[in-house]
Ligand binder design. Structure first.
Ligand code: UDP
Length: 508
């Protein structure tokens, strides 16, 4: 038997053959959507499955540049296998050599989603190659919920398909149900009910991204999301990066809505290591990890606010000014991962005019604030005892990373399911306070100062949020704990997932 690292190019396919480890029972092919917030948990899921059992060969398939990120995140080249699917961004109206949301302006994101449809033929070729080499098809394809078309590939080849949502259960349900049902289009009211949630749960129009607010089923976003979600709902089950005990309601509602098995295998967190986030996402932080840790070492426990809007989002120029003013007026220490404001090329250099005059120098000289260019060593910052709160867009990975260290959050949702995450963090978990929503709002420094001060209070609401965040962190630790026969909920879910993958596929 042979296993292989695979590289498909426009014209040919390269197989790097090597002896297959003994005892492998089958192949799992995984395919994430092309965004850091998806690729990072896919890699973490692949590692988790491998830690649970050595039964599988796992191959992650993606476009060449995303495979490059992944390759640099692996500690050994044979840890997980990688397959490059040919992709030419310019053929899809995208800038040259752009294959990931992170460097794309918002206006192009829909094109990136649509471009994923072109990966169907290369994915089919990859599956054929594996089938030819191993004498049977892969046991399972684990695909991103956004890539519903993979379900067609799997069904026609008689392979089990599981959808992986890199979001939490509550946020996933709100996201898929709002896209599938467009409930806000059926009322003039700002508040509306979302199918799948109890009748008394109301969502607000301002929690929707402007593309979704305007969606009517005929626009390019609807035309991608509505059929892709419908296809993902036809897969054989969903894997969710969450924990039963922290999201009991969300998981219950999601299972009811899908009528499919949902495995809660979270929190899928990348390992914290001295080599920092380079080894997680193949990205170089804008500051040396050691320098960042030394800066945090100077600060008191729970005294620093960490600010980051994830891997691809940014705020407006006026909001950036207000945030800087509020931070300065609050006197609270902070680390802020800065990017050019909304509307500017996200890849260009940051210029001082985007911040109040002399802000950067004052913060540096007084050691009050650390500005980090574009990418910060997030997990390491959150794991440091000086970090007291996280001002975040509340992307799900950021939520899990923050709560796993008991760090409460200040929510500023910008896109995707982030506003629903914040709703849950505030209403269900009590671990967050919302500062504002989207890039469209006008906020003042005064507002920023007030909310940050509440979150950092050693008494009252700040203390309550901290205590609840610590409880959630304890639940997360328990979920992945295994003591003899006693297994946490996520360990049990992972065992069940592996058993299901190894069981005969009824569809064959
Ligand atoms: N991240 C990081 N440094 C940064 C920004 C993001 O390490 O400066 C990582 C973060 O730890 C998380 C991921 O990128 O794992 C962002 O995922 P999330 O779901 O929070 O947001 P998204 O980028 O998908 O909007």
């Amino acid at each position: 038997m042979l296993y292989f690292n695979i590289r498909l190019t426009k014209s040919s396919l390269y197989l790097e053959l090597a002896p297959m480890a003994a005892g492998k029972k089958g192949h799992i092919v995984m395919i994430p959507f092309m965004a850091q917030g998806h690729i990072i948990p896919f890699l973490a899921l692949a590692r988790q499955i491998q830690q649970r059992t050595t039964s599988f060969t796992i191959t992650i398939a993606n476009t060449p540049l995303n495979i490059q990120y992944l390759r640099s995140s692996l500690s050994s080249p044979n840890e997980i296998h990688l397959a490059e699917l040919p992709f030419n961004s310019t053929q899809h109206g995208l800038p040259p050599n752009i294959e990931n949301t992170e460097k794309l302006p918002l206006t192009h994101i829909a094109k990136l989603f649509l471009s994923t449809l072109s990966l169907e033929a290369p994915l089919r070729s990859l599956i054929s190659q594996i089938t030819e080499q191993e004498g049977h098809p892969p046991l399972c394809i684990i695909s991103d919920v956004f890539l519903g078309w993979v379900n067609n590939v799997a069904k026609t080849l008689g392979i089990r398909n599981l959808s992986f949502t890199t979001c939490g259960a509550y946020g996933t349900l709100a996201y898929i149900s709002i896209w599938s049902n467009l409930p806000h289009r059926k009322t003039d009211s700002d508040e509306f009910h979302v199918p799948g949630f109890p009748q008394n749960y109301k969502f607000h129009r301002t929690q929707l991204h402007k593309f979704l607010r305007a969606a009517d089923g005929t626009d390019e976003w609807s035309q991608f999301f509505i059929p892709q979600i419908a296809l993902s709902i036809k897969s054989d089950g969903w894997i969710c990066n969450t924990v039963e005990e922290i999201e009991p309601l969300g998981l219950h509602l999601l299972r009811n809505y899908l009528q499919l098995p949902v495995w809660n295998v979270g929190p899928l967190l990348p390992p914290v290591s001295l080599s920092g986030s380079k080894h997680r996402a193949g990205k170089e932080p804008g500051i040396a990890l050691e320098a960042c840790m030394e800066w945090l070492d100077l600060k008191d426990e729970n005294s620093v606010v960490y600010i980051s809007f994830g891997s691809q989002n940014t705020i407006s120029a006026s909001q950036m000014m207000a945030l800087a003013e509020g931070l300065e007026e609050s006197g609270i220490s902070f680390i802020w991962v800065i990017r050019p404001p909304f509307g500017f090329d996200i890849n260009r250099e940051f210029i001082a005019e985007w911040l109040p005059k002399g802000f950067e120098e004052r913060m540096r000289d007084t050691k009050r604030g650390l500005l980090v260019n574009k990418w910060g060593p997030q997990l390491e910052i959150l794991s440091h005892s000086s970090t007291g709160a996280f001002l975040s867009h509340c992307g799900w990975n950021s939520v899990l990373e923050s709560l796993s260290y008991g760090v409460p959050m200040i929510g500023w949702p910008l896109a995707a399911e982030q506003a629903y995450n914040v709703k849950m963090l505030v209403e269900e978990m009590g671990v967050a306070i919302e500062l504002t929503r989207t890039v469209e709002t006008v906020i003042s420094g005064e507002q920023v100062k007030k909310v940050i001060e509440i979150a950092m209070e050693q008494e009252g609401k700040g203390k309550e949020m901290k205590e609840k965040a610590n409880e959630i962190a304890a639940h997360m630790r328990e979920a992945i704990t295994e003591k003899g026969k006693e297994k946490g909920s996520s360990v049990r879910a992972m065992d069940d997932l592996v058993t299901t993958i190894l069981s005969p596929n009824k569809a064959v």
